[in-house]
Design a protein. Sequence first.
Length: 343
Amino acid sequence: MSGTAKGENDKMKAVKYLGNKQVRVIEIERPCPAVGHALVRVVASGICRTDVELLYDQPQPLEVIGGHEIAGVIEEANGLNRFQAGDRVLVNCHVTCGKCKHCANGDLIFCPQLRVFGFDVNGGNEEYLSAPESCLRSLPDDLSFEVGVLLNDALATPYHAVKKAVRAGDRIGIIGMGPVGLMAVICAKHFGATVAAFDRLARRLDQARSFGADVAVNTAEDDAKNVARELSGGDGLDAIVECSGASGAINVGCDLLKVRGVLALVGVCLDLRINPTEKILFKELSVVGSRNCNSNELEELIELARKAPSLSDVITHRFPIEEAAEAYRLAEQRKGIKILLTP
Ligand SMILES: [Zn+2]
Ligand SMILES: [Zn+2]
């Protein structure tokens, strides 16, 4: 209960999914934070591939307001212990029980009671949202809201994967230079690896180079196996971080690895065709699945963000909430790298 009477001031703008790649900016009631919740004024909200595929592309209108990559300022703190009005925060998108073993380990995505901002609960594509204190994380003053948005998911997801698969001195390949792959390049350089970036678009390979890739391989033109052989002195690569989610790319990734190499699967592939005996068993490959991150990794991500100033170059477009339709159109067409709404 905010104490103010309901009136004009309690309305806010939000982006509604109308179905079939249509969005409209509507006015809805500003949420009233329950006890233990904060009203967060959204400063930046990232548009993710999953938003496009699971929300924007759907044929039917959706009730939920999207956006799971959220940074903002606490406008109102209703009985919080660790935060107060005016604090700069990230909103971790995972709303969980806080009691199970997965929550205790920071593996929020495995909580049986998991609900996610922007999918199950109204997310950041609106001017204000209500979030429980357990989802709030302090955003240090030296990091911008925009970079903060990346720490929640877009950087965190490849970071978690690269950390599992890559060690200092490794010679690795990263397949698929979309936003996740490009940020995986930044992470792998941070971990001290030599990185070959694989994609079929020259524009994306240029970006990969600018984010630190040592070699950029155009899979439409170059012989990927040759490059891997040369880079590794003949043995094959130590690890592949697969970000494309393409069945063919996963197969090629296996071929580029040395014996006992590590294949980290980050890209979501729903139609994988692979011969596990030939591709995995014969070379004793290790396959690691990686999905989002562990919430205890936030400090490491903050440190990485401080050391990698190029990270903010990942953000190529910013739109006020009124221009959400254009923002989603660009995201759908895979224009730019990271697109933000700045309500
Ligand atoms: Zn995301
Ligand atoms: Zn839990």
